[in-house]
Design a protein around this ligand. Structure first.
Ligand SMILES: [Fe+2]
Ligand SMILES: [Fe+2]
Length: 235
């Protein structure tokens, strides 16, 4: 005898692909900026936007969020296009989405990049915003870029991180162009503290915010590099 609640459960479990399979096959093999944490952050934020702005397409938007970066497996350069191709060719996905739905998923993936994408539909804009909001922490990236590539140390490195964030992520800045007010709010949460600190020349706060963005692993990386540099000087 089959109980009704068992049937119900089965329906919930199998109404969409097993995303764990895609996370393992793709995102677990990608770099830190495109790992499963990134994919899951895009899914969460896209769903939040979908609930409000495109509720009837929530299921499709979820799929597009999970799949938007799978094209990285073919190389970074044209990965949005590669994601589209992979989505349209995937036999497993065809079991869960109609041809038309799969096209919508694929096109949203194709337009997700802020640098090259031209999102037109609400769905495409949602994926683009969610990707942007879920990018690896730019505060940390700006700081590490200064340390790694510009050989900055101490205050100079913090100052450079602040300057970069102000230039790129101030209101109206290139990095802050998003489509929905919820995304703008998210950006404000992320950057307005450091922007304010930089404008007041408050290096102590910038330092605190940068340090909060660094993981233990980043710290060891930096220490290791600084040590290596010093060794070179001694030689
Ligand atoms: Fe991407
Ligand atoms: Fe992404």
């Amino acid at each position: 005898m089959i109980f009704l609640n068992e049937l119900k459960e089965e329906k919930v479990v199998y109404s969409e692909p097993d995303w764990e399979v895609y996370l393992k096959k793709y995102y677990d093999t990608f770099d830190r900026g495109h790992d499963r944490e990134h994919a899951e952050a895009v899914v969460a934020f896209a769903d939040k936007l979908a609930k409000k702005h495109d509720p009837k397409n929530r299921r499709i938007i979820r799929a597009a969020a999970y799949l938007h970066d799978i094209g990285i497996s073919k190389g970074r350069e044209n990965h949005a296009q590669s994601s589209m191709t992979l989505i349209l060719q995937d036999p497993e996905l065809k079991k869960f989405y109609t041809k038309n739905e799969l096209k919508m998923v694929a096109y949203a993936a194709a337009e997700h990049r802020s640098s090259t994408g031209k999102p037109k539909t609400i769905m495409q804009k949602i994926i683009s915003d969610a990707d942007r909001i879920s990018a690896p922490n730019p505060v940390k990236r700006a700081y590490l870029y200064g340390v790694d590539n510009l050989n900055l140390q101490g205050e100079e490195a913090y100052d450079r991180a602040g300057a970069h964030i102000v230039e790129k992520y101030s209101k109206g800045g290139k990095g802050r162009r998003v489509y929905f007010p919820e995304s703008e709010k998210e950006f404000a949460k992320k950057y307005d503290k450091i922007i304010k600190a930089y404008k007041k020349n408050d290096i102590a706060t910038i330092k605190k915010l940068v340090n909060e963005s660094l993981t233990e692993e980043d710290y060891y990386d930096i220490l290791w590099r600084n040590g290596r540099e010093r060794e070179k000087e001694v030689e």
